[in-house]
Design a protein around this ligand. Structure first.
Ligand code: CP
Length: 300
């Protein structure tokens, strides 16, 4: 199957293949090229998104696909039609590939087990999985360092509620990359710490080649885990002073959306050693590669 639910199901070779195709599109795509011209894709987002939704749309359009952006608030899912039936309906209309973001991972997983007629790409599943984000993160690291081997990646902040952390851990694990966690005690995930070490913040940023700051997922917090933005920044934010303790060639990453002066100092977002905007750009090429894979590749 060329569905994509999570990085855990991809081999190291498959991850490399996707990154190679992303590099191909980055190097070779020119306006007017439309290898999948006349074919249809749909984007179904049940949770808010800027980066993922628009970069899928741009990736689809760069590949020449016709794009349907279904506003799920206005779709018949509000009249009780199941998501599976919605996707089967889209397939009957001629759609071949569907990207889905949903707060319930099971809703997306069900689409993979049912024969809907469409290839499904997970564009963010609750706290569980965000495979295209992890792929674009690996691609960004590989582009910068030349190779993933030997890197140490520190993920800082809301580990517990982060689908980005999970998909990154599975993908980085295939390359033997060492992952370090840090952040507030209340946002730790002891289950995940079986595969990564937890270090105090100052130590984590001193050791890492990649400092990946995470957004506090306020919408997923059931308990009171968050005191105030100012307090969070003081204890766990990447300030200029803390940045200066990073290795001289270490880079900053953040999946976005960024809360400036909460997880990271405003001035560091555009810093030359920040890859935050490169991550967004790279996301388009990764999504082109993932769409191409779902559609069975370009006839070459
Ligand atoms: N990184 C990410 O998934 O951003 P969006 O929620 O804006 O898509």
């Amino acid at each position: 199957s060329d569905h994509l639910f999570d990085t855990v199901e991809l081999s190291k070779w498959e991850l490399e293949q996707i990154m190679e195709r992303a590099a191909f599109w980055e190097k070779n795509w020119r306006p007017g090229q439309a290898p999948f011209a006349g074919r249809f894709a749909a984007n179904l987002f049940f949770e808010p998104s800027t980066r993922t939704r628009f970069s899928f749309e741009i990736a689809e359009k760069k590949l020449g696909l016709h794009v349907l952006n279904v506003n799920m608030e206005e779709s018949s899912t509000t009249k009780g039609e199941s998501l599976c039936d919605t996707v089967k309906t889209l397939s009957a209309l001629g759609v071949e590939v569907v990207t889905v973001r949903h707060r319930e991972p099971e809703a997306i997983q069900e689409l993979l087990t049912e024969d809907t007629g469409c290839k499904i790409i997970n564009a963010g599943a609750g706290k569980m999985a965000h495979p295209t984000q992890a792929l674009l993160d690996l691609y960004t690291m590989k582009k910068h360092f030349g190779s993933l081997s030997g890197l140490k990646v520190a993920m800082i902040g809301d580990i517990k509620h982060s689908r980005v952390v999970r998909s990154n851990c599975w993908a980085l694990g295939k390359f033997g990359v060492q992952v370090i966690f840090s952040g507030p005690e209340s946002m730790r995930d002891h289950e995940l710490e079986k595969i990564a070490s937890y270090l105090p913040f100052e130590e984590a940023i001193r050791e890492a080649d990649v400092v990946m700051m995470l957004r506090v997922q306020l919408e997923r917090h059931h308990e009171q885990l968050f005191v105030s933005a100012g307090e969070y920044f003081k204890n766990y934010g990447l300030s200029i002073e803390r940045f200066q303790t990073m290795k001289p060639d270490a880079i900053i990453m953040h999946p976005g959306p960024v809360n400036r002066n909460v997880e990271i100092s405003d001035e560091l977002v555009e810093h030359p050693r920040s890859k935050i905007f490169a991550q967004k750009t790279n996301g388009v090429f990764i999504r082109m590669a993932v769409l191409e894979r779902a559609l069975g590749g370009v006839q070459r």
